[in-house]
Design a protein around this ligand. Structure first.
Ligand SMILES: C[S@@+](CC[C@H](N)C(=O)[O-])C[C@H]1O[C@@H](n2cnc3c(N)ncnc32)[C@H](O)[C@@H]1O
Length: 251
């Protein structure tokens, strides 16, 4: 019987190996992750994340899940919108990224209203209908079973809640796409080598973006997972897309 495979960038690997390979990427880049994000996107990722938070319409008493929260960029902004009864849960599969989030949040004096847990998006340790808002920035691309993760998000979200996914997507302009490809495959891995001594992880980044579902495919997956409605908007000609899944009825 042939083994089930999945993408790891352009490579096809056994599904059982993907989580470990992705973990190695983030263990390797955790220390320089924030600096690399600023350099790679020329600071634009900060604006993309602010837009995702604005579109999630957080209320002061909400329980917000920052899924695949990494070093806590979203968490540190979301907490500003919450009152004393609101809270943010930063969940990530990777211990090194969680450790960086702890360091960053503590250094910024963000201690109240935030909990951090190590969890796989495919198997969320939350009750059904218990979370008001879910934000996932640049995480879904790395998940082995994306359909499973989307179903889990639909399960834990409260009816009336929103899930906002910010992810690299498919560029909609051909001339710009050529420039973007040149940048992704020539400049990014070199930056990775220079700053993290890790060219391969940034080669993986460029490749994983190309094999990720495009805007319409992701929208279909979100609806198939049990969300009642999904809208999306392209940002910077589709370099990034922001998908919003609405849960109206219990799943
Ligand atoms: C590119 S980083 C994004 C971090 C943060 N959300 C941001 O936007 O800066 C991707 C994160 O997804 C996490 N991740 C990958 N697979 C995951 C999974 N199956 N469940 C939860 N987190 C996962 C990684 O550990 C990593 O921290």
């Amino acid at each position: 019987m042939s083994e089930e495979t999945t993408h790891f960038g352009y490579q096809k690997i056994p599904v059982a190996h993907k989580t470990k390979r992705v973990s190695r990427v983030f263990e390797s880049v955790a220390e320089q992750y924030d600096l690399m994000n600023d350099l790679m996107s020329l600071g634009l990722h900060r604006w993309w994340k602010k837009l995702a938070i604005a579109r999630s319409l957080i209320q002061p008493d909400n329980t917000v899940l920052d899924l695949a929260g990494g070093t806590g960029d979203l968490t540190q902004e979301v907490i500003k919108q919450l009152g004393p009864n609101g809270r943010v849960i930063l969940a990530d599969i990777n211990a090194a990224m969680l450790a960086k989030s702890r360091e960053k949040l503590v250094n910024r004096g963000i201690l109240q209203g935030v909990s951090r847990i190590q969890a796989n998006a495919e198997d969320l340790p939350f009750h059904n209908n218990s979370i008001d808002r879910i934000l996932m920035a640049f995480g879904l691309r790395n998940v082995t079973f994306k359909e499973k993760a989307l179903k889990e998000m639909a399960r834990v979200l409260k009816p009336g809640g929103r899930m906002v996914i910010l992810e690299f997507s498919t560029v909609t302009s051909k001339p710009f796409g050529k420039l973007y490809d040149a940048y992704s495959f020539s400049v990014l891995p070199k930056l990775g080598k220079w700053l993290c001594n890790d060219e391969q992880s940034y080669q993986y980044l460029a490749e994983s973006i190309r094999v990720h579902p495009n805007q319409e495919e992701l929208k279909s997956m979100i609806l198939a997972a049990g969300f009642n409605r999904c809208d999306y908007q392209n940002i910077q000609a589709g370099v990034v897309a922001l998908h919003i899944g609405y849960k109206i009825k219990p799943v």
